[in-house]
Design a protein around this ligand. Structure first.
Ligand code: AMP
Ligand code: ZN
Length: 139
């Protein structure tokens, strides 16, 4: 896609710190380095985000994750690693070409703050919501 920054990186029109490439995917360092070693994995074909991926394209993209994650963690000597995928603006997506963030984590302090707020469980509401989503999965 012409005005897509990640398509331009794939085409070599703008530079990137490349880590891995094959016919289907590209991995490179995120320019903003939320933590040291922050890496992006993207499909070479322009797709808006995970919600638009076919099962086949998702299988291809996500199959590259474990090896890449191990490599990023080992090379950075990180203590852990978050894998994050933002879909649509409300979820923090700013580049609308599908991508997966690999974020090495360091026990002795990094600046990344990912946390879930816990709520007391309402089992009836949980059951109803699970049913509604399950129907959509079957649709
Ligand atoms: P998201 O907010 O999930 O859409 O993530 C987009 C990511 O792309 C951000 O973390 C940016 O720092 C990163 N990014 C934007 N432009 C570039 C670029 N030219 N090279 C590498 N990473 C980039
Ligand atoms: Zn693109």
């Amino acid at each position: 896609m012409d005005d897509c920054i990640f398509c331009k990186i794939i085409a070599g029109d703008i530079p990137s710190s490349k880590i891995y490439e094959d016919d289907e995917v590209l991995a490179f360092l995120d320019i903003s380095q939320a933590t040291k070693g922050h890496t992006l994995l993207i499909p070479k074909e322009h797709v808006r985000n995970t919600l638009d991926l076919s099962e086949q394209k998702a299988a291809t993209l996500f199959s590259r994750l474990p090896k890449l994650a191990r490599a990023v963690k080992t090379a950075t000597q990180a203590d852990g690693l978050n894998i994050v995928n933002n879909n649509e603006e409300a979820a923090g997506q700013t580049v609308f070409h599908a991508h997966i963030h690999l974020l090495p984590r360091y026990l002795d302090g990094d600046e990344l703050d990912i946390h879930f707020v816990s709520h007391a469980p309402d089992f009836e509401a949980l059951g109803q919501l699970a049913q509604r989503i399950a129907k959509e999965v079957e649709a």
